[in-house]
Design a protein around this ligand. Sequence first.
Ligand SMILES: *Cc1c(COP(=O)(O)O)cnc(C)c1O
Ligand SMILES: [Zn+2]
Length: 480
Amino acid sequence: MDAGFPTYRGRMEYVCLDCGARYPGDSLLYTCPKCGGVFLLENLDFDKLRQQSGEEWRNLFDTRCASRTMAFRGIFRFYELLAPLMDEEDIVYLGEGLTPIVEASPALRDRVGLPFAYKNDGQNPSASFKDRGMACAFSYLKWLCRRHKWDEVLTVCASTGDTSAAAALYAAYVGAPLKSVVLLPHGKVTPQQLSQPLGSGATVLELPGVFDDCMKVVEMLAENYRVALLNSKNSWRILGQESFAYETAQWYGWDVTDLCIFVPIGNAGNVTAIMSGFLKMLDLGIIKNLPRLFGVQSEHADPVWRYYDAPKEARHWQPVTVTPSVAQAAMIGNPVSFPRVRALAERFVEKGGERAFQVMRVTEQQIMDAMIMANRHGHIACTQGGECLAGLLNARLLGLIGSNEHAVLDSTAHALKFAGFQEMYFNDSFPPEYQVRPDKSLANKPELLLPESARNGKAVDEFARLGAEAVVKRLGLQKK
Ligand SMILES: *Cc1c(COP(=O)(O)O)cnc(C)c1O
Ligand SMILES: [Zn+2]
């Protein structure tokens, strides 16, 4: 059965989290023109969605699993909850979303002492969760270009690597009138991440400094010039990233009662989106209660942890200066979405209790050890995925999680993007500022069985025999 594309359309408005000003959703805005505050998008016709019961929504979303409508194959399976403005022709689908939730291998589960799973967001098209937000932002841009008959739009973003990879990919696919420019901190993204916007044909510009510096530049450009900003100040990206929450709830049969979700916090867009997604589902009766959500930060970039670690009365927002972190995609000292986190965490805790939202802090050492451990058990965690596992281990140690609970860890990117950190671990070559000392027993490297010269002048069979002998000797194989 095919449900077909919905006829429902929402009325989207930007709401400033500082001064409360509202602006219509059909203009490109990033920060409040009155006060500079960040926005969340609100659907003024959200109430109309209540005409369907929670059960009807659950059934509709489950029915769409089998739909052949292109738009339901990715994040827009949850169209009504995201940005219900676009028509079917606007929706960009590159295979994002619906990433697998893989239960921890039995041996890893036993080591951690708790059942848990990884949601492999590295299995998105540009190999990180950023594709969820980009699919929404680009679909919105297509809708906007059609509506305003724009003939050229320059998209720009600053990036710790993955935002630019995603932005460049979607811009390359959509083509005219969109063109993509990305701004990177020189030497602060991995070679794999750098290869992505280059391969997609984006204009790649670099500045010395760190991500926070590039972000400032891009903000100045967006305030004063005609460009479309694709950083997480772009509220449309947040909506797309809510899909992580919808998919997780759906996978667990819409029962998230005992779930504990772990997510790394960098610019804080993802954690915002996940809270927002679960709150919307609760609001519509799609889920009966909230899961628990744990943000995780490294000691080397921990402003959000610091804020929530203080007693409620003494909480005070203060950006930090970051030091090098293997969780490089989350190495951000002044997260632009912090006001969103504060606003949503308040609502989340109000509905789910004090334990519903917490922030954990982990060391660089714990992040690397956890990532290596996960991947040696058949997972494909990136360093941020390692960070989540380190957060789970700490939460377990501190008695914050019971053995009746089930954790879901967001591995936000594919392990391959961060292969360089694995290499430093295996070669014991971390620069001192990372403060990582590898467990040498885990070092893994290729072994050359015969010298290069062994191949020279030999027939294929003769060489194969030599090769096989070398393998037999190395492994101590017995004849059958
Ligand atoms: C962007 C990114 C993060 C941080 O997410 P925020 O939404 O900025 O908090 C974490 N991991 C990876 C792989 C990322 O690309
Ligand atoms: Zn404002």
